[in-house]
Ligand binder design. Structure first.
Ligand SMILES: NC(=O)c1ccc[n+]([C@@H]2O[C@H](COP(=O)([O-])OP(=O)(O)OC[C@H]3O[C@@H](n4cnc5c(N)ncnc54)[C@H](O)[C@@H]3O)[C@@H](O)[C@H]2O)c1
Length: 250
């Protein structure tokens, strides 16, 4: 029986790479993403692998949307093995004194509360099915050190690490492992948006300067770490915070 993996923010970027890599690893997939997103291309690629892909439109910061997604997964697959809490936004670039209050709330709602809801309701479903599971949260290298120009983002990603460690301990004897991956800047639309805001050359120089390997990560390189953490090969790994960052925290 294939494992079932739910990936939030799976329509594009790192989430799409994770969905594809999990399907290559033998999972059937559910992609949860905003109603305006277009998961058609990734869903087709997953079908070409001979795996199923259920599309779940909604917002990770909404508990009712989580209930709908999990009900649809139950109806379609009747089990849930993996939740990857990947959806996230970067929010504005601004000095702390200029950072808009409402933007801070929005970044925290999606990047932190969204992960909280994914852990809470994902784990509840896994416990009800009774076969354990694995939750992988996507934090960031901005979750490991301060980033004064993106304080909302950095704060929200530090909180993801707190959620990961607390949930890992909470579920340690219940068969549910919880881990986090911290990517350095990776070649996706999120980074391209930052390039447009700050100017391509300036953004590239700054983002790559912090990465000893001297380049952006590729989405499939982040996905490979997620596949490992989600798999039975990581059966004794929980509460781990895995940097996938070209040496940034070395
Ligand atoms: N790209 C990077 O450099 C980088 C570095 C470190 C961490 N990350 C993290 O990796 C994750 C994926 O980033 P990405 O670069 O692929 O971003 P992206 O912007 O390319 O894709 C994000 C996806 O999440 C979806 N999404 C956004 N808000 C949502 C919401 N409220 N509910 C459901 N879906 C929502 C978007 O529609 C999109 O499909 C994010 O958590 C991000 O913070 C990215």
């Amino acid at each position: 029986m294939p494992r079932i993996a739910l990936i939030t923010g799976g329509a594009r970027g790192i989430g799409a790479a994770i969905a594809y890599a999990m399907a290559q690893d033998g999972c059937d997939i559910a992609i949860a993403d905003l109603p305006g997103s277009d998961p058609t291309a990734i869903a087709q690629r997953i079908s070409q692998l001979g795996r199923q892909c259920l599309i779940c439109p909604g917002d990770v910061s909404s508990a009712p949307d989580w209930h709908q997604w999990l009900a649809a997964i139950d109806q379609t697959y009747g089990r849930l093995d993996v939740v990857v809490n990947n959806a996230g936004i970067s929010g504005p670039i601004a000095a702390i004194t200029d950072y808009p209050d409402d933007a801070f709330d929005r970044v925290m709602a999606i990047n932190t509360k969204g992960v909280f809801l994914g852990i809470k309701y994902g784990a509840k479903a896994m416990l009800a099915y009774g076969h354990g599971g694995s939750i992988v949260n996507i934090s960031s290298n901005a979750g490991l050190g301060g980033s004064p120009q993106i304080i909302g983002y950095s704060t929200s990603k530090h909180a993801v690490i707190g959620l990961t460690k607390s949930a890992a301990k909470g579920f340690a004897t219940q068969g549910i492992r919880v881990n986090a991956v911290c990517p350095a800047p990776t070649d996706t639309e999120m980074v391209h948006q930052l390039e447009r805001l700050a100017g391509v050359d300036i953004a590239r120089q700054r983002l790559i300067a912090g990465t000893p390997m001297g380049r952006y990560g590729e989405p499939h390189e982040i996905a490979a770490a997620v596949v490992f953490l989600a798999s039975p090969a990581a059966s004794f790994v929980t509460g781990a915070i895995l940097a996938v960052d070209g040496g940034s925290v070395a």
